[in-house]
Design a protein around this ligand. Structure first.
Ligand SMILES: [Ca+2]
Ligand SMILES: [Ca+2]
Ligand SMILES: [Ca+2]
Ligand SMILES: [Ca+2]
Length: 319
C-alpha cells in the first residue's frame, strides 16, 4: 500500500470511528480551537465551558505562587493559536507531578478559564477532570522566531496606565517564542514592577519577565538582566496580563530557564566568554531542532554562526 493510500485509509478509518461515536460524545477540541478567537480583547469563545481537549506536548512546568502550571503546545499549529497553559487545581497535584516535559497530554472535563488575560485549562477534582499521557519523549516544538514589533510593548496613557494598541499578538499566547538582537532599555515596568523592556535595532519594543525562571533572583529578575544588557536572543513563553480596572493590559515574554537568555557566547552563564563556553559549543556541534546547549543566536541549532558569535565575544566579562 502506498503512503498516500495508507493516509486515505487512515482518514476513512478516523471518519468511520467518528461516525460510531455515541450521540453527545463530541470530538475533543484542539488547543487551536480553544484559543483561536476574533474577539477584540483576545478572549476564548469557550471561556467558562467544560471541554475535552486533545492537548499537546508539555514544553515546561512551573510550580507557581499558587496553582502549579504546565505549558502545552500542539506542534500541528506552529504559526499560532497552538499553545495553552494548564493549572492543576487538585490538592494532590497528580497532573503536575506525573507529566514530564516532552509528554503529550490530553484531557477530559477541563474548564476553559480566562484569567487576567491568559486562557487556561483548569484541571479540577469537582469536574472529575482526567488526563492521558498519549506519548512520551516528544521533541519540543522549536521556538517560533518573531520580530519585536510582532509582540509590541504596551503604550502609556493616561499616565500610569498601560495598554496594548490591539490584541494582534494573541495568537502567540502560551507559545514558545524567540526574539533576536535586543537590548534591555528599561526595568521596573508592569503590575509587579518586574517587567523589562527589550528594544531592537529599529527601536521596536516588547516586554519580558523572569518570574517563572528557575534562576530568578530575589529582585524578580534573572541575574543577567540589567539596563544596557544586550542579548543575541531571548526566548520564553508568551502570555497576556490584563487588569483593566487598575490600568494594565500587556503581553510579556516569560523566560523559564537561564538558557532562555542568550548572552552572546556565554553559554554557561558565568559572566565570561571563555574556554568553558567553547567546550560546550564544540560538544554540542551539529545539534539541530532546538534546545541546543551550544546555540548562541537562538535559532535552534549549533553551527558556524554560533562559533562566530562566541569567538567574536571572546574574553568578554572575563577577569
Ligand atoms: Ca489572551
Ligand atoms: Ca487566549
Ligand atoms: Ca561563560
Ligand atoms: Ca544557532
Amino acid at each position: 500500500m502506498s503512503i498516500t493510500s495508507k493516509a486515505v485509509a487512515g482518514a476513512v478509518l478516523i471518519a468511520f470511528l467518528a461516525a460510531l461515536a455515541p450521540d453527545g460524545a463530541a470530538q475533543p477540541l484542539t488547543i487551536y480551537e480553544i484559543q483561536f478567537t476574533e474577539n477584540e480583547d483576545g478572549s476564548s469563545d469557550y471561556d467558562a465551558e467544560v471541554v475535552d481537549c486533545a492537548g499537546g506536548i508539555c514544553t515546561g512546568k512551573w510550580g507557581g505562587f499558587g496553582l502549579p502550571r504546565l505549558m502545552l503546545q500542539d506542534p500541528n499549529y506552529p504559526d499560532g493559536w497552538g499553545g495553552i497553559q494548564v493549572k492543576d487545581w487538585t490538592p494532590e497535584r497528580d497532573l503536575y507531578d506525573n507529566v514530564a516535559v516532552g509528554d503529550w497530554v490530553a484531557f477530559t472535563n477541563v474548564e476553559v478559564y480566562e484569567k487576567v488575560g491568559t486562557t487556561f485549562l483548569y484541571f479540577q477534582e469537582d469536574l472529575v477532570s482526567g488526563y492521558t499521557i498519549v506519548s512520551q519523549g516528544n521533541p519540543l516544538p522549536p521556538y517560533l522566531t518573531v520580530a519585536v514589533s510582532d509582540i509590541p510593548a504596551p503604550l502609556e496613557g493616561p499616565p500610569g496606565e498601560w495598554y496594548v494598541e490591539n490584541h494582534d499578538a494573541e495568537l502567540y499566547e502560551s507559545i514558545r517564542l524567540v526574539v533576536r538582537d535586543v537590548t534591555v532599555t528599561e526595568m521596573d515596568l508592569g503590575k509587579a514592577a518586574d517587567n523589562y523592556n527589550l528594544q531592537d535595532a529599529e527601536g521596536a519594543n516588547c516586554w519580558a519577565a523572569d518570574y517563572m525562571n528557575e534562576d530568578v533572583g530575589e529582585d524578580g529578575y534573572h541575574p543577567s538582566v540589567q539596563v544596557g544588557q544586550y542579548f543575541c536572543a531571548l526566548s520564553g513563553v508568551f502570555e497576556q496580563y490584563t487588569n483593566l480596572s487598575n490600568g494594565w493590559d500587556y503581553y510579556q515574554l516569560v523566560t523559564l530557564t537561564s538558557a532562555d537568555l542568550f548572552i552572546c557566547g556565554d553559554l554557561n552563564h558565568d559572566g565570561c566568554v571563555d574556554h568553558a563556553d567553547l567546550g560546550i559549543l564544540l560538544a554540542d556541534w551539529g545539534c539541530t531542532g532546538g534546545d541546543c546547549p551550544g546555540d548562541c543566536d537562538g535559532d535552534g541549532d549549533t553551527d558556524h554562526g554560533d562559533l562566530g558569535i562566541l569567538l567574536g565575544h571572546w574574553g568578554e566579562g572575563c577577569p
